[in-house]
Design a protein around this ligand. Structure first.
Ligand SMILES: NC(=O)c1ccc[n+]([C@@H]2O[C@H](COP(=O)([O-])OP(=O)(O)OC[C@H]3O[C@@H](n4cnc5c(N)ncnc54)[C@H](OP(=O)(O)O)[C@@H]3O)[C@@H](O)[C@H]2O)c1
Length: 333
């Protein structure tokens, strides 16, 4: 079977390739063999390929198979698993999701109802579950709907769009921050009344204050880091929280020490990489939310382009282009 593999860290489009590998064996007890049809190419997958998570880590001789999330059909199940072959499923986390077949623990396999499209099912886990983590972070920060403003940077991203939709549903005031003026209009197509500011125009911090209409800025949700996160942190009100969940700029966050002593600013982070270790009840609630979103808000699961698995390098290059309006998917039969 084919699998996307890299043998050295580097620019994803330079080091990713689809190669022939041995098929996984038969599923053992509690395991499911999935024939994977679609999988998303996440910016986070590419961080791993470029070696940004663990600089200097050594790659085994056979390379590293990429991907943790996928959608497909059940091919075979091990003892103790109550899923029929042919059932539509999505999974996360499952190693080697960018392979034609993946062996996954049944605990992390989700049956897909008819009302969820293949494309939304392929994006069911990582982004919506990150949104669930971000919502919990907002709630535990003490920010209250109707009182506090939540600011999202990289607000046009797939994760941010899902999060904005749920924050608005819950009654929070939200301000979006994007990096291009055109991104303001793109986001307003989905959320017509959302105040959105672009960092490519000076004075964007002042425009966030104006859009907040005197309400305290309680939380900044940031996957950018660097100057954007540093400046946005400066807007937080007393006791406010910066929740970091990405590193799109590749630059450090730098804030004055006085923010901590005088304004009691908190900085924390979330990662979906720890989601599998959460208590089962929380995971069930998060998956329910993800399935509801995928069924009722398909417009929040847009697809930019679908590439064949063989074109994994081209797909990776596409993800890194500015102005994308959907998720890049990799397909196999
Ligand atoms: N912590 C976690 O567990 C977790 C889980 C999922 C995702 N994430 C992170 O969340 C972020 C968004 O992921 P996604 O899949 O939702 O993204 P996406 O749909 O691929 O969109 C990326 C967005 O980021 C913007 N962007 C890219 N580089 C930027 C930069 N240097 N400065 C400002 N904005 C920039 C792009 O703006 P343009 O429209 O201008 O191109 C685009 O709106 C990524 O950092 C990803 O790693 C984290």
């Amino acid at each position: 079977m084919r699998a996307a593999v890299y043998f050295k860290h580097g620019k994803p489009e330079d080091v990713l390739q689809a190669v022939e590998v041995a098929e996984p064996g038969c599923p053992g007890r509690g395991e499911v063999l999935v024939r994977v049809l679609l999988r998303p190419v996440h910016p986070g997958d590419l961080l791993g390929v470029s070696g940004r998570y663990q600089p200097g880590s050594v790659i085994p001789e056979g390379g590293i198979r990429v991907g943790f999330e996928g959608y497909g059909v059940v091919e075979q199940v091990g003892d103790g698993v109550n899923l029929k072959p042919g059932t539509r499923v999505a999974f996360f986390p499952g190693r080697g999701a960018w392979s034609e077949k993946a062996l996954v623990a049944a605990e992390f396999v989700t049956e897909i109802p008819d009302e969820v499209s293949d494309e939304a099912a392929a994006q069911l886990h990582v982004n919506p579950l990150t949104t669930a983590l971000l919502l919990r972070a907002v709630e535990t920060s003490g920010a209250k709907p109707g009182r506090d403003v939540v600011v999202l940077t990289a607000a046009g991203s797939a994760v941010a769009r899902l999060t904005i939709a749920l924050l608005l549903d819950r009654g929070y005031d939200v301000v979006g921050v994007v990096r291009r003026q055109a991104g303001v209009n793109e986001l307003n197509v989905v959320f017509p009344d959302l105040p959105v500011v672009s960092t490519d125009k000076t004075g964007w911090q002042d425009r966030i204050f104006s859009a907040s209409d005197g309400h305290p800025i309680g939380v900044v949700l940031d996957p950018v880091g660097g100057e954007t996160a540093s400046a946005a942190t400066g807007l937080l009100s007393q006791g406010g929280s910066l929740v970091s969940y990405g590193d799109l700029s590749g630059q450090p966050i730098s804030v004055p020490a006085l923010y901590f002593s005088t304004r009691d600013i908190r900085i924390s982070g979330v990662t979906v990489g720890r989601w599998a270790g959460l208590p089962q009840e929380l995971r069930k609630a998060d998956l329910k939310l993800a399935l509801e979103l995928a069924a009722s808000r398909p417009e929040l699961f847009p697809v930019e382009e679908v590439f064949d698995l063989a074109d994994v390098a081209k797909a990776a290059a596409q993800v890194e282009l500015p102005g994308k309006t959907g998720t890049v998917l990799l397909a196999s039969q």
